[in-house]
Design a binder for this molecule. Structure first.
Ligand code: HEC
Length: 128
C-alpha cells in the first residue's frame, strides 16, 4: 500500500512537472496563429475557399496554375474597399493578364459578398 502511494506521488510530480514545461514556450507560438484565426475575415474566407475549387489552382506560399495567395496579398497590401471589390469581381468574372496569360476560370455562382470575404482572407496571407 505504501509502495503504491509512492508511485502515485511520483506520477503526480511528473505530470505537474511536464505541464509546467509545456506552457511557457507553446503559448507564444499559439498566440500568433490564434490572432489570425480569431479574425472573422480569416475564418469566413477560409471556409468559403475550402468549399470552392480555389485550391485546385492556388497554394498559399507557392505559385501553381494561379499565383500564390501570399504573392496576391503582397501585391494588394493596403487595398481599399474599392480595390477589394474589383479583385472580388475578377474571381466571379474570371480572366487573365494581371499575373500572366493563364486565365482564372469564372465563378458566376459566387455571391459578391462571398467573393469579397475570400479576397479579404487572401490578403491576410502576406508573408511576414
Ligand atoms: C482554373 C484555375 C483557377 C481557379 C479554380 C481559381 N483561380 Fe484564382 N487565379 C487563377 C489564375 C491563373 C490567376 C491569374 C489571373 C491573371 O493573371 O489575371 C488567378 C488570380 C486570382 C486572384 C488575383 C486576381 C488579380 O486580378 O490579381 C485572386 C484573388 C484569386 N485568383 C482568387 C481565387 C479564388 C478565391 C478562387 C476560388 C473561388 C480562385 N481564385 C479559383 C487561377 C484559378
Amino acid at each position: 500500500m505504501k509502495k503504491l502511494f509512492g508511485i502515485c506521488l511520483i506520477a503526480l510530480a511528473v505530470a505537474c512537472g511536464s505541464n509546467e514545461d509545456k506552457s511557457a514556450p507553446s503559448t507564444e507560438v499559439k498566440k500568433e496563429t490564434n490572432d489570425l484565426s480569431a479574425n472573422p475575415d480569416y475564418q469566413k474566407g477560409l471556409a468559403l475557399i475550402g468549399a470552392n475549387d480555389c485550391l485546385t489552382c492556388h497554394k498559399v506560399n507557392e505559385a501553381s496554375t494561379g499565383p500564390a495567395y501570399a504573392d496576391i496579398a503582397a501585391k494588394y497590401a493596403g487595398a481599399d474597399d474599392a480595390k477589394i471589390k474589383e479583385v472580388a469581381g475578377k474571381i466571379i468574372a474570371g480572366g487573365s493578364g494581371v499575373w500572366g496569360q493563364v486565365p482564372m476560370t469564372p465563378h458566376p455562382a459566387l455571391a459578391e459578398d462571398d467573393a469579397i470575404a475570400m479576397v479579404k482572407y487572401v490578403l491576410l496571407l502576406k508573408k511576414s
